[in-house]
Ligand binder design. Structure first.
Ligand SMILES: [Zn+2]
Length: 238
């Protein structure tokens, strides 16, 4: 971001919390994951016990010896990892708290693009194995600036669930549109899928790239180019 040269504004940096209704819409999005609403959802501890039990059965079906010291606690380890870590984004209550400040850096002629690069890891919902990569997320402030640390948190919230890459990009873009009250959002995701690397065509170098271009990023060629220049720029540390 660059500041306007003239009329350097007095900055207040007053933060505004996003309302609960907006946060809820931003957590679900118009591209919701196939999550079943239950009348009596299990507690975290109940989920861990239930999954550990089923995973033990999977291991037994694979003829693994669960009396072996190395394997004995694997079912519980996997269950805990699913519920508390890699799939914690299935719990909508885990959506990050988002606050914003007023944008006082706007150019007279045009707004500045804000671009954030986020490393993430997720799970392919077709094979339940990891996919991991980089998301470039950009938006044009519509009077609001979101804390820069919030964008990685939003990306990781949607990544921490069984996913398909296209939906992950759509959810990030839609969530940001809702939170920032704008249509001008772009998301480019480059990811490697373990299900492609380790099975099927076994191509270690294949990256899948998906883009979501909304609002001015879709209609303004110059802005689209600026976004992809930012995506393709080589950073000192990547
Ligand atoms: Zn897969």
């Amino acid at each position: 971001m660059t500041k306007s040269k003239k009329n350097k504004p007095q900055l207040s940096h007053e933060e505004f919390e996003v309302s609960q209704a907006v946060a809820k819409r931003a957590a679900i999005t118009r591209y919701p994951s196939p999550i079943k609403a239950k009348k009596n959802p299990m507690s975290k501890q109940e989920k861990i016990a239930f999954i550990a039990d089923k995973f033990r059965d999977i291991m037994l079906a694979l003829d693994l010896d669960l009396t072996d010291g190395s394997l004995a606690r694997t079912p519980e380890r996997v269950a805990r990892m699913y519920v508390e870590e890699v799939f914690s984004g299935l719990d909508l209550n885990e959506f990050p708290r988002v606050s914003f400040i007023e944008d006082q850096y706007q150019h007279d002629e045009r707004a500045n693009m804000v671009l954030v690069k986020v490393k993430f890891h997720s799970f392919c919902e077709h094979h339940f194995v990891p996919m991991f990569g980089t998301a470039h997320v950009a938006y044009i402030p519509n009077g609001k600036l979101i804390g820069l640390s919030k964008i990685p948190r939003i990306v990781r919230f949607f990544a921490r669930r069984p996913q398909v890459q296209e939906r992950l990009g759509a959810q990030i873009a839609d969530s940001l549109c809702t939170l920032m009250d704008t249509q001008d959002v772009a998301v480019s995701i480059s990811a490697q899928h373990f299900c492609v690397i380790a099975r099927g065509i076994e191509d270690e170098n294949s990256h899948t790239i998906t883009n979501v271009l909304r609002g001015a990023f879709d209609t303004h060629e110059a802005l689209k180019n600026e976004f992809f220049e930012g995506v393709n720029r080589k950073y000192i540390q990547t």
